[in-house]
Design a protein around this ligand. Structure first.
Ligand SMILES: NC(=O)N[C@@H](CC(=O)O)C(=O)O
Ligand SMILES: [Zn+2]
Ligand SMILES: [Zn+2]
Length: 347
């Protein structure tokens, strides 16, 4: 007898869809299970204006598989030159759902990001006024700060001062990787949420480095110590509506990952829901998966929850998933959790 679990259809509140051949290959992996996704704007060149976002949204819609009922929720990439009027009108007309802040140099394609936070103060104030949320890649780029400390230092040096200076700004700490991130979210009264990725619930830094370097486990923010992974698991499965799913599924070709200078990013779009069922079952929290994957995100963004469902099935034998997907740019390896997975999403 197989066990099943039916959930309100989930959304992905942090996703990289890329462009061109890669977009066409990875998009169906998301639309199969998810109804909506917050689409990251870190293309080359980035999505910085309303016109860029409209053109990118049209390319995504043109690449949708037949019959996919999927809505891309667009974002703008915040730069020191962002025009607040362009941003506010794009938000007002529903073209964009949020704005993304990358500290310059913090991650993949972030060179156009923010260096001097004073230069974006006016834009952040306009966003607070307009009710447009800010998604944040929360790592400092100071070369003197150890890579494993960059999230915690960002909270103290950048995020907390920024939020105090801009009351009413709704902020999502993207892909939190530390207990410090969890604690900071919990310590705040309002206007703060956090996304958690699938892979950060599964791997710690040992997975990347013990027994040989594993480039497909390398992403940013880099996975931390086990205590942090456990804190993320506790937060994700706690039922606290401030924590929700953002896969940060970030495809790079195998050539780009398996390199002397490998790109950061784990590709999890294909197997995220199966892996989450495994994780939530391990934590005795299967009844809270729907909150994390399907309810808390819309709640934070002030959007309706989806009206249809997906069904997860647990079978007696492990359910294999493809090790990689083919793209016009080359193969992309699917995140391997390193354990057998018995859950899958029913067709
Ligand atoms: N997470 C990653 O490791 N990489 C992301 C960028 C990001 O989300 O920081 C990417 O665009 O490849
Ligand atoms: Zn990021
Ligand atoms: Zn990302």
């Amino acid at each position: 007898m197989s066990e099943t679990l039916t959930l309100t259809r989930p959304d992905d509140w942090h996703l990289h869809l890329r462009d061109g051949a890669m977009l066409r290959a990875v998009l169906p992996e998301t639309t199969r299970h998810f109804a909506r996704a917050i689409v990251m704007p870190n293309l080359v060149p980035p999505v910085v204006t309303a016109a860029d976002a409209r053109a990118y949204r049209d390319r995504i819609l043109a690449a949708l598989p037949e019959g996919a009922g999927f809505t891309p929720l667009m974002t703008l990439y915040l730069t020191e030159e962002t025009d607040p009027a362009d941003l506010v009108s794009a938000h007002a007309e529903g073209l964009i759902t949020a704005v993304k802040l990358y500290p310059a140099g913090a991650t993949t394609n972030s060179t156009s990001g923010v260096r001097d936070f004073d230069k974006v103060r006016g834009v952040l104030e306009a966003m607070a006024e307009a009710g447009c949320p800010l998604c944040v890649h929360g790592e400092v780029t100071d070369p003197a700060v150890d890579i494993f400390d960059r999230e915690a230092v960002f909270i103290d040096r950048v995020l907390d001062p920024l939020r105090r200076a801009t009351p009413g700004l709704r902020v999502i700490m993207e892909h939190i990787t530390t207990r410090d991130g969890v604690d900071y979210v919990r310590s705040q009264e309002c206007d703060l949420g956090a996304t958690i990725t699938t892979h950060h619930l599964i791997i710690n830094r040992n997975h990347i480095l013990v027994g040989g370097i594993k480039p497909h486990y390398y992403c940013l923010p880099v996975a931390k110590r086990e205590v942090h992974r456990l804190a993320l698991r506790e937060a994700a499965t706690s039922g606290d509506a401030r924590f929700f799913l953002g896969t940060d599924s970030a495809p790079h070709t195998d050539d780009a990952k398996e390199s002397a200078c490998g790109c950061a990013g784990c590709f999890t779009a294909s197997n995220t829901m199966a892996l989450l069922a495994h994780v939530f079952e391990e934590e005795g929290a299967l009844d809270r998966l729907e909150g994390f994957a399907s309810r808390h995100g819309p709640g934070f963004y002030g959007l309706p929850v989806n009206s249809d469902t997906i069904t997860l099935v647990k079978s007696a034998t492990p359910t294999p998933f493809p090790a990689r997907i083919e793209t016009g740019d080359g193969p992309v390896t699917v995140f391997d959790p390193g354990f057998p997975v018995h859950w899958s999403v029913a067709d």
